[in-house]
Design a protein around this ligand. Structure first.
Ligand code: SAH
Length: 505
C-alpha cells in the first residue's frame, strides 16, 4: 500500500520540516498491522515527494483485530489489503505524521498555516464517482483512472480499483486530516472494531471541513463502519443542534448497490459493484439478469430477441402515462441518479421538471449524469434538483401536475410510510401521483434471488397488499386509483412491477 504526497512550493524540501521526517533518511515505524516506511523518492528545491509505504503483516493484522473480529476466514489472509489504501493506511498516516496532522512545526512555525500546492497519489476502492464526491467539495481536483485487472489482458476489463491523483492548494495538516477520514470512507471497511470514541476522532479530524461537506452523512456513516447510532450522534454533533434527520443517513443509491462481500465471491462482487456503480440500469439485481446482450457485443452470432430491462420498461410506462394524463410539470420524488429526470427533460412537452432525493450522493451523481454544468440554459431553466426527505412536509414538493415515486416506497420503513403518505398525498397533493413498486409474488421467477430484490428494500408487496394500500390512500386523501402492470406478466404471479396511477378528486 503506497501513498505519496508531493509539493512544488519552493523550497519544496520544506516538506521534510513539516512532516518531521528528514528527506535523506528512510525510516521505519512498527504498526500493530505491519510496518510503515517513510522515504522520499524525490527531494529537490523544485519538487519534493514523500512516500508512505505500508507493508501489512496479515498475521499481525488478524491478531490485532482479536476475537471481536467476526471474520476468521481465509479472506483475512488473502485480500486486497496490501494494495488499496484503507483504514490501515489511514491509521499509519495518523501515527507517522501525528505532529504534522496537528499542524505543529517548531523549526518553521509559519509553515503549517501556509496552503501549499499538493499532489497526492494513491490507489483506492469505492469508485471514481465517490472519490470525486468526497474530495472535490474540499477543493481538490480529482483525477481518477480505473486500474485494469491485468495490463497484459486489456480485454479482461477494469478492476474495482481506482488510481487517484488529487491536486490542490491546502495546508498540509488539512490534507492529512482529510485523508485520515476519507481513506476508510472510500474503502468502506475498517480493520478494527469501531468504538464510540471514533466519533470524537472523526469530529476532531473533520474540524473545519466536515460540517459543510455535502456528503457528510455518507462520510460519517462509512467512517463509523456503518454503525448508525454513532453516525447519527456524529451528525447531530456536527449540526450542533442534534437536528440532522435520520433520512440523511439513508443509504445512497450507489452504496446500497454494493454487494455483501463477506458472502459473495470476490470476483463476482468486483464485477457487480462496478456494474452497479456505473450503470444505474442495473439498480436492481433482477433487471441486470433480464438484460440480454446487445447484438454488437456478439458480432457474428444470430441476433437474439432483445428483452428490454425492467427499469427501461418502467421508465417508459411512467413517461407514457404522464403524457396520457396531459401532465406538463412533473416532480420525481426519490429520483436517485436522475434517469427519469433526464428522460423528462428530453421531452419538450414537460416544461417544468424536478428531482428530489434524500441522498446527497445520489444527487451529486445525478447532476453529473445529467451534465448539469454543460446543460443549455433553456433546459437548465426547466429543471430543479434538490435534496429533501419524503417523510417531512416540504413546500418544494408542491405545485406540479404530477409526482412520480418510482421504486421508492419500498425503501421507506413501514412505520414512516404514513408520514410519506401525508407529505405526498396530503400536503403536496398534485393532480396525479404515479407509484411503482415490485410485486413480490413475481420474485419466484428470479431463481437466483433469495429474499427481496434489493438489500435496502424494507418490504415488498403482493398485488393484494399494494391494492389495499392504494385503496386506503385514496380513501384518506380523496384520490382514485388505477393499477397497471409493468414488465412481463405471469398469468398466475402477475407482473414484475406494479404501478398505481392516482388522480385527485
Ligand atoms: N426512482 C429512482 C431511484 C429508486 S431507488 C429509480 O427508479 O431509478 C430509491 C431512491 O429513493 C433512492 O435514491 C433513495 O435515496 C430514495 N429515498 C429513500 N428514502 C427516501 C426518503 N425518505 N426521502 C426521499 N428519498 C428517499
Amino acid at each position: 500500500m503506497l501513498l505519496t504526497i508531493s509539493t512544488t512550493a519552493e523550497p519544496a524540501t520544506d516538506l521534510g520540516f513539516l512532516l518531521h521526517k528528514h528527506p535523506d533518511r528512510v525510516q521505519e515505524f512498527r504498526q500493530s498491522t505491519g510496518t510503515a516506511t517513510v522515504f522520499y523518492p524525490e527531494a529537490n528545491e523544485r519538487r519534493c515527494t514523500v512516500a508512505l509505504l505500508l507493508e501489512v503483516d496479515p498475521v499481525a493484522l488478524v491478531r490485532s483485530t482479536g476475537k471481536s473480529s467476526p471474520d476468521f476466514s481465509l479472506s483475512q489472509y488473502v485480500n486486497d489489503r496490501p494494495y488499496a489504501a484503507s483504514s490501515l493506511m489511514a491509521v499509519a498516516l495518523a501515527d507517522v505524521f501525528r505532529t504534522a496532522r496537528a499542524g505543529r512545526c517548531k523549526a518553521r512555525p509559519e509553515l503549517p498555516g501556509t496552503p501549499l500546492p499538493l499532489e497526492v497519489a494513491l490507489v483506492c476502492r469505492g469508485g471514481a464517482d465517490l472519490a470525486r464526491g468526497v474530495f472535490e467539495p474540499l477543493g481538490w481536483a480529482v483525477e481518477a483512472r480505473a486500474v485494469p485487472l491485468d495490463e497484459g489482458f486489456p480485454e479482461w476489463g477494469d478492476s474495482r480499483y481506482v488510481r487517484l491523483t488529487l491536486r490542490g492548494t491546502l495546508r498540509l495538516a488539512d490534507a492529512l486530516n482529510q485523508l485520515y477520514v476519507l481513506l476508510p470512507v472510500l474503502d468502506d471497511a475498517k480493520h478494527y472494531w469501531v468504538a464510540p470514541d471514533e466519533v470524537d476522532k472523526l469530529l476532531r479530524a473533520g474540524e473545519g471541513w466536515l460540517r459543510e461537506h455535502p456528503l457528510r452523512g455518507v462520510i460519517a456513516r462509512r467512517y463509523l463502519g456503518r454503525r448508525w447510532t454513532l453516525a447519527r450522534s456524529a451528525l447531530a454533533r456536527l449540526a450542533e443542534l442534534g437536528d440532522e434527520t435520520e433520512e440523511q443517513l439513508e443509504p445512497a443509491v450507489s452504496e446500497e448497490a454494493a454487494p455483501d462481500e463477506t458472502a459473495a465471491d470476490e470476483a463476482v462482487a468486483a464485477e457487480t459493484e462496478e456494474a452497479l456503480a456505473e450503470t444505474p440500469e442495473t439498480h436492481e439485481t433482477p433487471e441486470a439478469h433480464e438484460t440480454t446482450e446487445t447484438p454488437e457485443s456478439h458480432a457474428g452470432e444470430p441476433e437474439r430477441v432483445k428483452q428490454r430491462p425492467l427499469n427501461v420498461l418502467r421508465r417508459e410506462a411512467v413517461l407514457a402515462t404522464l403524457e396520457e394524463l396531459g401532465a406538463t410539470s412533473v416532480i420525481d420524488l426519490g429520483c436517485g441518479q436522475g434517469e427519469l429526470v433526464g428522460a423528462l427533460l428530453a421531452r419538450p412537452r414537460f416544461t417544468r421538471v424536478a428531482g428530489a432525493d434524500v441522498s446527497p450522493l445520489a444527487l451529486t451523481i445525478a447532476a453529473r449524469k445529467l451534465r448539469l454544468e454543460r446543460m443549455s440554459d433553456s433546459k437548465r431553466a426547466r429543471l430543479t434538483l434538490f435534496q429533501g426527505a419524503l417523510t417531512y412536509t416540504d413546500k418544494r414538493f408542491a405545485g406540479y401536475d404530477a409526482a412520480v415515486l418510482m421504486e421508492v416506497v419500498e425503501h421507506v420503513d413501514p412505520p414512516r410510510l404514513a408520514a410519506l403518505e401525508r407529505v405526498v398525498f396530503g400536503a403536496a397533493k398534485p393532480q396525479h401521483v404515479l407509484v411503482t413498486t415490485p410485486n413480490v409474488e413475481y420474485n419466484v421467477r428470479y431463481e437466483f434471488l433469495d429474499g427481496l430484490r434489493h438489500r435496502d428494500h424494507r418490504f415488498e408487496w403482493t398485488r393484494a397488499e399494494f391494492a389495499a394500500w392504494c385503496a386506503s390512500v385514496c380513501e384518506r386523501f380523496g384520490y382514485t386509483v388505477g393499477i397497471r402492470p409493468v414488465g412481463e406478466e405471469d398469468p398466475e404471479l402477475g407482473p414484475s412491477t406494479q404501478m398505481g396511477v392516482f388522480t385527485r378528486g
